[in-house]
Design a protein around this ligand. Structure first.
Ligand SMILES: *Cc1c(COP(=O)(O)O)cnc(C)c1O
Length: 401
């Protein structure tokens, strides 16, 4: 997921334009900034790119989740359903909103299992956050259909699938809101940064005001005289980030095209191996190709296969052991570790009522991950590197299978 691989003159030119004005703030300074509004321009272009009516830039993908939930009015005690394979940010933002994260299994799409989602909806469910993991779409149409039937809003966590589509429509635009991340390792990066897209004018207005201390952004008034409809916080993006984002967004389609080419080269070697199967991707044409995920027949074989790949200098990721992304490995969640003196957000009342998350709650996901190996795909992969991976795969197949 490597926007940083393609930094060039375009990013430098954009950043210098901002420095020449001396204005790093996205609002105010009308005279001094001489018409340069990088964040506002980035929002406009991003909304157009995705085919959404509105886009709100924020300081990170985590902030985007937090602001989206604030816009929906998510409150302490509400349940918010997400999946057990995601970056920790998704459920951190749920807890930070006061709400209770509920985790679904993932299936061979490596994203939310719609059947398990249906099981986990309760009268307290106030939002559903499916995550388009590892660059490819979730079963988002099924998930939105279930959510609609229950009248529950969907926030698509599209942090890892910026530019991805399903049946020609951009990921992030199926749900009530979609969120994106531009952190240093994402498909396009602004250092830190995030975006929320929506077609709902009222929710957009909530996001815009909440992320900026509640300022009502009344165009008739000076900033210091504005009113507030509610309290907010500071999740603003700076002009430097907006500038880099504009240059990166212009490169996104080329980034995806290069990754698709490299992914296809490695995949074709694996296709020839009996016993290897691939992650289910609801619409392969909409895959951003940041990762290639494949299955071995069982866990023992997967671990042996992985060992040979490492020996051949073409190591793959075994996400089952990954402490950042997979539910059974989130020890701070299972142990309810918090800096809060009172034990919040795990301990919920004086009576001792507490949230408990057991590491073995998601057996179906564990069975899927037991057999799973993943290659990260880059924009720049030399023929030599691709050759190394392809021959490592062939070696592993001959030794292990
Ligand atoms: C990166 C990421 C986030 C958080 O984004 P940041 O910009 O790093 O705060 C949220 N969800 C997922 C799935 C991510 O991969």
């Amino acid at each position: 997921m490597p926007g940083f691989e393609v930094f060039g003159e375009e990013e430098k030119r954009e950043v210098l334009e901002v420095l020449d004005t001396g204005v790093l703030f996205r609002y105010e300074f009308a005279e001094q900034r001489k018409g340069v509004y990088k964040v506002a321009e980035f929002e406009k272009r991003f909304a157009e790119y995705c085919g959404a009516a509105y886009a709100q830039a924020v300081s990170s993908g985590t902030a985007a989740l937090r602001v989206a939930m604030a816009a929906l009015g998510i409150s302490p005690g509400d349940e918010v359903i997400t999946q057990g394979f995601t970056f920790v940010a998704t459920w951190e933002a749920i807890l930070d909103s006061g709400a209770v994260p509920v985790f679904t299994e993932v299936d061979e799409t490596l994203t939310m299992d719609p059947e398990d989602l249906e099981q986990k909806i309760t009268p307290r469910t106030r939002a559903i956050i499916p995550v388009h993991m590892l660059g490819a779409p979730a079963r988002i149409e099924e998930i939105v259909a279930i959510a609609d039937r229950h009248g529950i809003p969907v926030i698509e966590d599209t942090a890892q699938a910026c530019g991805g589509t399903l049946n020609g429509r951009h990921l992030g635009t199926f749900g009530t809101m979609g969120i994106f991340s531009f952190d240093p390792v994402k498909a396009i990066t602004t250092g830190e940064g995030g975006m929320i897209v929506t077609n709902d004018a009222a929710l957009y207005r909530n996001c815009s005001e909440f992320h900026d201390h509640g300022h009502d952004h009344n165009p008739e008034l000076e900033r210091g005289l504005e009113g507030r409809r509610f309290i907010g916080f500071n999740y603003r993006m700076t002009e430097l980030q907006g500038a880099i984002g504009l240059a990166q967004l212009a490169k996104l389609d080329d980034i995806i095209a290069a990754q698709r080419k490299h992914k296809a080269a490695i995949r074709s070697a694996l296709e020839d191996v009996d016993g290897v199967t691939f992650r289910t991707i609801p619409d392969p044409a909409g895959d951003t190709a940041t990762f290639l995920a494949f299955f071995l027949p069982d866990g023992g074989t997967a671990r042996k296969f992985k060992k040979v790949l490492s020996e051949e200098k073409a190591g793959a990721i075994y996400f089952k052991e990954n402490t950042w992304h997979f539910y059974p490995k989130w020890e701070h969640l299972h142990q309810g570790l918090t800096l809060c003196r009172t034990g919040w957000p795990f301990k919920r009342s004086e009576a001792g009522e507490a949230l408990r998350y057991m590491p073995d709650n998601l057996p179906k996901s564990e069975a899927v991950f037991d057999r799973l190996l993943v290659y990260p795909i880059s924009v720049k992969m030399s023929d030599d590197r691709l050759e190394t991976i392809v021959s490592a795969v062939q070696k592993a197949a001959s030794v292990v299978l």
